[in-house]
Design a protein around this ligand. Structure first.
Ligand code: PLP
Length: 382
């Protein structure tokens, strides 16, 4: 029998069956020729990169995507080979040599990166798979339209010299989670013209792509050859404006649970937790939930975050501390050890990561991604 002791305080259950269902649900929205890159950066948004990557591939994802080269190399080191892996957040001095040897698709946004990757190709004798990133309006990473012709020309030179193969042309949206935002159409126009320039110059990409989860879900004209969903793979809605995860045909993958550590009666007027921002109204019972901001429970949700205890949704009473917080149980006396669900599936009557995002004035991406290393992940449906 598995020793469940390490999981009693808190656990993040990761439902890989739900993850596979989400990938299939996304697939069903796409034209058959459109490939899916499952984005597994930041340890698969806190869900566990290796297991989630394997589950996504099982369910029909064609590519994997990460931010850093270290994340991509870790997938290869875990034995995930024979599938393209792209990473896009390079910093000068990063491991281009290893990237070439691991067959990664490496994003290039500017000259310094092209210079480093071609030097690495000379050193290793390999051909680097690179993808040129266009800044079509996000104003973050990527090559500005004015600098694009020079970057494309330099990449073609490097291709002729056998140092690189330009496998992709790509970009990223600023406001895809706000359907109808004028920047969406503007970015698509710029993307099409930057693609057109590169292809006329002689680049023959395997894939052209710009769609994140919201664009995958709402914007078929942005699908091109490949889509790059992240948050949707984990069954979380990209934004309240797009609907709940259920309305989007997705199932939350992470359920964050803790065990009630103490239940006690307190008199009226009793201050609760640091700063006494909550004071009991009458005689009541308090439940101690043994997770805090060190576990990724946002302190900004103090006084607001929802927790399901024994069939009733309670609210964080007072401040979330580093390791624990309190809920007012209103006189109920669940046994110590009773399961408390911070977030999971609305279909099961549980609060959601989206609810915690509202409580903490942030986005659900941040809620799941910040669940800390002290919370063991328990995998279901492997
Ligand atoms: C994180 C990320 C994605 C995935 O975004 P979601 O909104 O989670 O789908 C796609 N592309 C890039 C470049 C990213 O950084």
């Amino acid at each position: 029998m598995t020793d469940t002791a390490p999981h009693r305080r808190a656990r993040a259950e990761i439902d890989l069956g739900a993850l596979r269902a989400n990938v299939r649900s996304l697939r069903a929205r796409l034209a058959p020729r459109v490939r899916i890159m499952a984005v597994v950066k930041a340890d698969a948004y806190g869900h566990g990169a290796e297991r989630c990557a394997r589950a996504a591939l099982d369910a029909g994802a064609d590519w994997l995507g990460t931010a850093t080269p270290q994340e991509a190399l870790a997938l290869r080191a875990a034995g995930i080979t024979g599938v393209p892996v792209m990473c896009w957040l390079w910093t000068p001095g990063d491991p281009w040599d290893q990237g070439i040897e691991a067959g990664l698709d490496m994003s290039v946004s500017g000259r310094w990166a092209l210079d480093e990757v071609t030097a690495a190709a000379r050193r290793t004798g390999g051909t680097a798979r690179i993808q040129l990133k266009a800044d079509t309006g996000l104003g973050r990473n990527g090559c500005q339209p004015a600098d694009w012709p020079a970057l494309v020309a330099a990449a073609l030179e490097a291709e002729k010299a056998g140092l690189v193969k330009v496998t992709g042309l790509w970009s990223h949206f600023a406001c895809a989670d706000e359907p109808g935002h004028p920047s969406i159409a503007a970015q698509l126009d710029v993307f099409r013209s930057m693609l057109d320039h590169a292809e006329k110059a002689g680049i023959e990409p395997e894939v052209r792509h710009i769609a994140n989860s919201p664009a995958t879900l709402t914007l078929p004209e942005a699908h091109f050859d490949l889509v790059r969903p992240g948050i949707a793979v984990y069954g979380v809605s990209p934004s309240p404006e797009l609907g709940t995860s259920a309305e989007l045909g997705l199932r939350p993958v992470m359920t964050l649970k803790a065990s009630v550590a103490l239940v006690k009666e307190v008199p009226p007027g009793h201050g609760v937790s640091y700063g006494h921002h909550y004071v009991t109204g009458g005689e009541t019972t308090l439940g101690l939930i043994p997770v805090g901001y060190a576990d990724g429970v946002p302190r900004h949700a103090s006084g607001r975050g929802p927790v399901l205890v024994d069939g009733t949704v309670r609210t964080v009473a007072g401040r979330v501390a580093m390791d624990q917080f309190v809920v007012d149980l209103g006189g109920d006396r669940p046994a110590p050890g009773t399961e408390a669900v911070l977030f999971g599936s609305a279909e099961r009557g549980e609060p959601t990561a989206e609810d915690w995002a509202v409580a903490a004035d942030t986005i659900a991406y941040e809620i799941v991604t910040r669940i800390g290393a002290r919370v063991p992940r328990v995998y279901l449906g492997e």
